[in-house]
Write a protein that binds this ligand. Structure first.
Ligand code: ARG
Length: 483
């Protein structure tokens, strides 16, 4: 009977509402491959230890493979009344093979089943994302190699600070992505234990072989505590937190691409493939892909937050709350995957405007630190005094509307007599970046070295980072300025 209190949509009353809130088949059908793989491993093991006959096992496996084929080809009809993927598969198996289907669920529960399925799913997602991160890193390294000596402004506070090379800037993201890759791999290691056979929460009286199912599903070992195994979602949370950090890195890079592609900066041109025009302003080339990547962290962090809150305070063992783990995780992992693909495409396609970058690097007295460093190095002036003298030189330039390179040697000597004509050698942006040879610094030769190091790692020529080159850094005077 319909009751107005339930709301118009639920014409048939509380049963319909219960079905709608309870069912997960609308989203957990994504787990069908993992669910069927888990069931095949389970049936094989049950037969091996004598719980199932070989005939039953064979019928079950053949039937499960047929179900998988039906879902693959979209000829399977999912039923919401059957709640979730586990019961949809089992019910269809019953239709196909009859009684033996009822023996499959011996010594397991949907609680260990869903925990197993979801671990398998997240493990696959990690493998995909890890490979995508490597692809993006390689794309960045290749661009960095092309731009080892392309000079651009380095910023602090988004104000011109010191010149750097574009290659160096791109490799900064390669480092971040390297850590992201490491975090996914770490999460994978801890994830890779099999909950299957933990049953509802307490284990099972049947003489099952959990090592066997663990091995069949590619897990390193079975989980050691059945209560933990069915209530743990750390593997999703760790993966989502790695995903959030990766999305955060992508959002920073995306923001830079947005800024760099603006008319005011004009550092890069993004290809038509990753931009859109405006319906009203014909001149526009909007960096939509970059903007969307910048935004995706919202839902990815949202997924992490959402699941953290769902899990918080849940008593052991399984509670239905945990069914809320999947939609947000699917969405977050899909979003990151798409972002990585789009970012890779943009990196491959973008064109750097080298002249524009160099001109911008040259503005704003960006080699002032080099002048101060010269005073320290060549005139033995303490850095704090050198900083003050350089400030006076900059003020003189500002007064006259010229750059540091526009000062004559007389101008320099007027400010401080200890300066001589050798100062001219450090005033150019080229000299500035070339001098920054300290390990990890922006000098083109360092960038080439780091690009080569990463290329070796990424193309599998070595699994270990190559040895750190012996420092090319100078003693005093090098990198003497900190903020
Ligand atoms: N659909 C459920 C989930 O995703 C499967 C586990 C159900 N277990 C239970 N005891 N109701 O969490």
């Amino acid at each position: 009977m319909s009751n107005r209190m339930w709301g118009g949509r639920f014409a048939s009353g509380p049963d319909a509402i219960m079905e709608e809130i309870n069912a997960s088949i609308g989203f957990d059908q994504r787990l069908y491959k993992q669910d069927i793989a888990g069931s095949i491993a389970h049936a094989t093991m049950l037969a091996e230890v004598g719980i199932l006959t070989q005939t039953d096992r064979d019928q079950i496996i053949t039937g499960l493979e047929q179900v998988r084929g039906e879902i693959d080809t979209q000829s399977f009809t999912f039923s919401r009344a059957l709640e979730d993927i586990h019961m949809n598969v089992e019910s269809r198996l019953k239709e196909l093979i009859g009684d033996p289907a009822g023996r499959l669920h011996t010594a397991r529960s949907r609680n260990d089943q869903v925990a197993t399925d979801f671990r398998l799913y997240v493990r696959d997602a990690i493998d995909t994302l890890s490979a995508q991160i490597r692809t993006l890193q390689l794309a960045l390294v290749r661009r960095a190699e092309e731009e080892v000596s392309t000079i651009m402004p380095g910023f602090t506070h988004l104000q011109n600070a010191q010149p750097v090379t574009l290659g160096h800037h791109l490799l900064a993201y390669v480092e971040m992505l390297g850590r992201d890759h490491g975090r996914f791999e770490d999460a994978r290691k801890r994830l890779n234990e099999s909950p299957l056979g933990s049953a509802a929460l307490a284990g099972t009286p049947y003489p099952i072989d959990r090592e066997m199912t663990a091995k069949a599903l590619g897990f390193d070992r079975p989980t050691a505590n059945s209560l933990d195994a069915v209530s743990d979602r750390d593997f999703v949370l760790e993966t989502l937190s790695a995903a959030t950090l990766c999305a955060l890195h992508l959002s920073r890079f995306a923001e830079e691409l947005v800024i760099w592609s603006s008319a005011q900066f004009g550092f890069i041109k993004l290809s038509d493939k990753f931009t859109t025009g405006s319906s009203i302003m014909p001149q526009k080339r909007n960096p939509d892909a970059a903007e969307l990547i910048r935004a995706k962290i919202g839902r990815i962090l949202g997924a992490l937050t959402s699941l953290m809150v769902v899990m918080k305070g849940l008593p052991l063992a399984y509670s239905k709350d945990m069914q809320e783990d999947k939609e947000v995780a699917f969405d977050a992992l899909d979003s990151l995957s798409l972002s990585l693909a789009a970012m890779t495409g943009m990196v491959e396609d973008l064109r750097a405007n080298r002249e524009r970058m160099r001109a911008s690097a040259n503005a704003g007295f960006s080699t002032a630190t080099d002048v101060a460093d010269w005073l320290v190095r060549e005139a033995n002036i303490p850095f704090r005094d050198a900083h003050h003298i350089t400030g006076q030189l900059v003020a003189l330039c500002e007064q006259r509307g010229i750059s540091l390179e526009g000062l004559t040697i007389e101008d320099f000597k007027f400010i401080d007599h200890r300066i001589d004509s050798r100062i001219h050698k450090v005033l150019s942006v080229e000299a500035s970046v070339a001098a920054r040879k300290s390990y990890g610094g922006t000098a083109p030769e360092n960038v080439a070295f780091q690009a080569a190091r990463w290329k070796q790692i990424l193309t599998g020529e070595t699994s270990e980072p190559v040895a750190i080159k012996k420092s090319g850094g100078h003693g005093h005077g090098d990198g003497g300025a900190t903020e």
